[in-house]
Ligand binder design. Structure first.
Ligand code: 1PX
Length: 213
């Protein structure tokens, strides 16, 4: 049984491992659990990141509500959610109207953030002792999420990045052991995260859902 308060990269890695079914569907429950672990980590970095974790938590809550709601059976995997919401016209496709908080559009926000995570973790993995986490984070953000955020959010995010702890502290908070082990763990985690990302990306592209309002 894992310590509930303490983040461990291992734990997050394990949940993302459990995300994929045999036929490569993405289980929502594990996806949400993976994000919860990441949010825990973010919270441990301090209150400056509160506005980010708040948004993530509220999106996770929207998904959890569907997963526990009357139509729970349709919210087992990302694939079943997409099919169910599209078949039943539960997605605002062009502009926000009657379904501003569909599972599809909500998950899309987290999905885009997962791309940031992938880029950031890869930069951390290949970083050197004198690398600045804030710079690595900003680069990853500018290449991914930033393209979907308005100026105000980009500005706020950029300011938050500046107070990220240095590489050494960052590695320590991950709770994996010495730096070499962190690097190895990241190398293990990345293919899993990439696969989950890519499967979701392909599914969303196939259904034309990549620009949901
Ligand atoms: C081992 C290292 C792990 C690091 C874990 C860090 C977890 C970070 C979790 C970030 C989750 C961000 C979700 C953002 C979703 C989003 O894009 N929301 C926006 C759009 O939503 P809307 O409903 O309006 O269409 C929303 O406007 C967002 C507002 C909050 C600001 C988001 C800034 C995101 C920066 C992401 C980088 C996090 C930096 C953490 C440093 C470790």
């Amino acid at each position: 049984p894992a310590d509930n308060q303490k983040f461990s990269l291992q734990e997050v890695l394990d949940t993302f491992k459990l995300c994929l079914s045999e036929n490569k569907e993405v289980y929502l429950e594990q996806y949400v659990a993976g994000w919860r672990g990441l949010v825990k980590f973010l919270n441990s970095l301090g209150s400056v990141f509160g506005f980010i974790s708040k948004d993530a938590v509220s999106k996770l809550q929207i998904l959890v509500n569907y997963m526990n709601g009357e139509n729970a059976s349709h919210y087992a995997t990302v694939q079943s959610m997409v099919k169910y919401e599209l078949d039943n016209n539960l997605v605002d496709v062009n502009k926000k109207e009657s379904h501003p908080e569909s599972g599809c559009r909500t998950l899309l926000r987290l999905h885009r953030a997962l791309r940031w995570l992938e880029l950031f973790l890869d930069r951390l993995r290949t970083s050197t002792e004198d690398s600045k986490t804030s710079a690595l984070c900003a680069e990853a953000y500018n290449e991914s999420l930033a393209q979907h955020h308005p100026w105000m959010i980009r500005k706020a995010a950029g300011m938050a990045f500046l107070v990220l702890p240095g590489r050494q502290t960052f590695f320590e908070v991950m709770n994996v052991g010495p730096p070499e082990q962190v690097v190895a763990k990241l190398g293990e985690a990345l293919p899993l995260i990439s696969e989950v990302y890519q499967i979701t990306e392909d599914l969303y592209a196939q259904h034309n859902l990549l620009d949901l309002p």
